[in-house]
Design a protein around this ligand. Structure first.
Ligand SMILES: *Cc1c(COP(=O)(O)O)cnc(C)c1O
Length: 371
């Protein structure tokens, strides 16, 4: 039996192979007599799971030796506070390219002076502000950006080179919703963080990759469990880490390696996204408003239009309701757009096969013919 295709923005689809392995190992991991949830995080069984996950991720993303990989908790939103509590020396700069980076700067304002170096808000978050126009303050602690805006469907085609912009502060990247979908240029990054539930595993695990020289500067108010230096010193086991999340993410890393790694995933993700945008753009019914140069390969928001060609935001509009109902009947789940944007959104993460996107565009064409 084929499972339906799940286009949820997160928590999101996982590779079927990962779920089947986890199911088979639920009661007895590798003959240990224990399920992974039941193991001590300090026992040799779990340590081997943790070490393999760390090693595979470092390998997949080509993380250099002078970066630490931390497995933490609290999700992307907690990192919005944890990052400034660790890195702020008073002032921070933000590039606001969508809803998530907007949230990040709001939270950081509790821990220091926030300066907006650039914002795409006036354009309705449909483009990335040109780095040449960014106004970064001298002496800033770091520059934050969200490299893939999950809600607005805006993705950085490449990370900015802050040094070329005359700034030697570290770049902080929220890569929650496209981690492992493409390679990362670590020479441009000081710290990257992401919740696992978009592209790696279950909610509850947060990945942090941080350059070693940024450790050890936490503000006195920073909770010990969130002090990157303490977490790094203790191999992410200062307190009990999210063991099951690490295990599932580890299975996903192994699956990614089997698929040919991140470069192979990137090629697939480009093909999937192209198929979907190439269906939307020439259509009289569907609309995506994002600048083609900034379109996300992972999250594709789109609207259906009314007879006058106007985008239909309200999910309860009969045409939107009919689209979603028909999609569900065709085995295409969770296509409703984010409540702040309306319309539809197809999240096509690593674990979404090309066949899923093919099934979606077939359904969209069929729906348009009938509309
Ligand atoms: C989902 C998401 C978050 C928030 O993650 P939580 O785990 O809910 O805190 C932050 N940033 C981005 C880009 C996201 O996609």
């Amino acid at each position: 039996m084929r499972r339906p295709f799940n286009f949820s923005a997160g928590p999101a689809v996982l590779p079927e192979e990962v779920l089947r392995t986890a199911a088979a190992e639920m009661l007895d991991w590798h003959g240990s007599g224990m399920g992974v949830m039941e193991m001590s995080h300090r026992g040799k069984e779990f340590i081997s799971i943790y070490e393999a996950a760390e090693r595979d991720l470092r390998d997949l993303l080509a993380v250099p030796a002078h970066f630490k990989i931390l497995f933490m908790q609290g999700g992307g939103l907690a990192e919005n506070a944890i990052v400034p509590m660790n890195l702020s020396r008073g002032a921070m700069d933000f590039v606001v390219s969508g809803s998530w980076s907007h949230k990040s700067q709001q939270e950081a304002a509790k821990y220091g002076r926030v300066h907006i170096a650039a914002s795409g808000r006036e354009g309705g978050y449909t483009a990335i502000p040109d780095p040449a126009s960014w106004q970064i303050q001298a002496g800033t602690s770091y520059v934050h950006l969200c490299s893939n805006e999950t809600i607005d469907g805006v993705e950085f085609a490449q990370l900015p080179d802050l040094k070329a912009l005359g700034c030697d502060a570290p770049l902080v990247v929220d890569f929650s919703s496209h981690v492992c979908s493409r390679p990362v240029d670590w020479s441009r990054v000081g710290l990257a963080f992401g919740g696992a539930q978009k592209n790696l595993g279950p909610a509850g695990l947060t990945l942090v990759v941080v350059r070693e020289d940024l450790l050890g500067h936490a503000l006195p108010i920073c909770p010990s469990a969130f002090d990157y230096q303490l977490v790094a010193k203790n191999q992410s086991m200062y307190n009990t880490p999210p063991t099951y999340g690490i295990y599932i993410a580890g299975l996903t890393f192994a699956w990614l390696k089997k698929q040919g790694g991140v470069a192979a995933m990137e090629a697939r993700n480009i093909a999937k996204a192209k198929l979907l945008y190439d269906t939307i753009d020439p259509s009289a019914l569907y609309l995506n408003r994002v600048d083609p140069a900034a379109r996300s390969r992972m999250n594709v928001p789109f609207f259906l239009r009314d007879e006058a060609g106007q985008p239909l935001l309200d999910p309860a509009h009969p045409r939107n309701a009919a689209f979603l109902e028909g999609a569900k009947a065709a085995g295409l789940l969770q296509l409703k757009g984010h409540k702040s944007v309306g319309g539809m959104r197809a999240s096509i993460y690593n674990a979404m096969p090309l066949e899923g996107v093919q099934a979606l565009v077939e359904y969209m064409r069929e729906f348009e013919r009938r509309a």
